[in-house]
Design a protein around this ligand. Structure first.
Ligand code: ATP
Ligand code: FE2
Length: 326
């Protein structure tokens, strides 16, 4: 059985094709790169509208399948930017109707977790989901994926991106800071902001920008931002693992590609007799394969959606999904 998934919640439009053994046959994407400033929802949606059909063709070519062989079409139903979500939903509906196959609307956050479970061998992990817009600690409990902790303001990736941009570097900032941090080593005082199970990053960003203005080196600030922000994440992750009694932690989202974060999460996990897992980079970032795989799980568990059920939801919460496939 083959599922084609379309991702398009924010910057990235992606198309993936997977089979029922979670083999990724194709996973292609294209990302909006704003020349300056942040992402513009309407511009991103126009970008996705232009790119989605060529990406569907490209994915089918790479997978070596005919679109007629696709059994299910899945798409990212939310959460995300309204215009982007509506664009990919329209593409998915059109494709499903023209192929005369079922359609599955997938929760984006759940998809990050499911692809990680499928490809890393983690069975029942707590997910530390760290991307541009999202920062959440998620675990399975009583039939649903529940959010145990999250950011109270901006996502960690947005914080890293904003810092890099204000410091005159490009986009995305996360990888730029990761490289720069290797040439830094002076731990500068930055606010460590953990509130119960939640974290906050905007104070950290402001403090780092102030220190930059005062003449501190970009490399030292990159190093310090990573150390402080990742320590905050590891603290809430560890507390959530203890609370829900999980002995696996899975990283997901674009920031999960960061080697320093991986190292710190691994250390935290091992210190408590647990294990850390991280999917390959192209499955950490927003991608179509994770949507395809989750759509396939839903379909095989009997989830069926009419076109009316495929209305997008900008604020689609992780714990709204009835996880019937587990
Ligand atoms: P979402 O819609 O889930 O919030 P997104 O559009 O932000 O996702 P992702 O592809 O999951 O997309 O993540 C992109 C983020 O990941 C960017 O903020 C980028 O700076 C960050 N990132 C990518 N690589 C690294 C890295 N090596 N270290 C730190 N951050 C990274
Ligand atoms: Fe994401």
């Amino acid at each position: 059985m083959l599922c084609l998934g379309i991702e398009g919640t924010a910057h990235t439009v992606g198309v993936g094709i997977v089979d029922d053994s979670a083999k990724v046959l194709a996973n292609v994407y294209d990302m909006v790169r704003p020349e300056k400033g942040g992402i513009h929802p309407r511009e991103a949606a126009n970008h996705h509208a232009e790119r989605v059909v060529p990406l569907i063709r490209k994915a089918a070519d790479i997978a070596g399948v005919d679109l007629k062989d696709i059994d299910v079409v899945a798409f990212s139903q939310g959460p995300g930017l309204g215009p982007c979500l509506r664009t990919v939903a329209t593409a998915a509906r059109a494709l499903a109707l023209s192929l005369d196959v079922p359609i599955a609307g997938v929760n984006h956050c759940v998809a990050h977790l499911e692809i990680g479970r499928a490809v890393t061998g983690a069975k029942d992990p707590l997910l530390l989901y760290v991307s541009g817009g999202n920062t959440q600690v998620i675990a399975f409990a009583r039939g649903r994926y529940r959010v145990f902790g999250e950011t109270l303001d901006i996502g960690i990736g947005n914080m890293l991106d904003k810092f890099a941009r204000e410091a005159g570097h490009g986009f995305p900032g996360g990888p730029i800071l990761e490289r720069a941090a290797r040439d830094g080593g002076k731990l500068l005082p930055l606010p460590y902001s953990v509130k119960g199970m939640d974290v906050a990053f905007s104070g950290l960003l402001t403090a780092a920008l102030n220190l930059l203005k005062k003449g501190e080196r970009f490399e030292d600030l990159a190093f310090s931002l990573q150390e402080v922000a990742f320590a905050m994440l590891c603290e809430v992750t560890e507390r959530a693992m203890a609370h829900v009694e999980k002995d696996e932690v899975l990283l997901g989202g674009g920031v999960a590609r960061n080697r320093r974060l991986q190292e710190m999460a691994d250390r935290m996990a091992r210190d408590r007799g647990a294990a850390m897992f991280v999917p390959p980079g192209e499955l950490c970032i927003d991608n179509g394969a994770m949507i395809a795989w989750t759509g396939l799980l839903m379909h095989k568990a009997g989830v069926r959606m009419s076109v009316a059920d495929t209305i997008v939801d900008q604020r689609f919460r992780t714990d709204e999904v009835d996880v019937v496939w587990r």
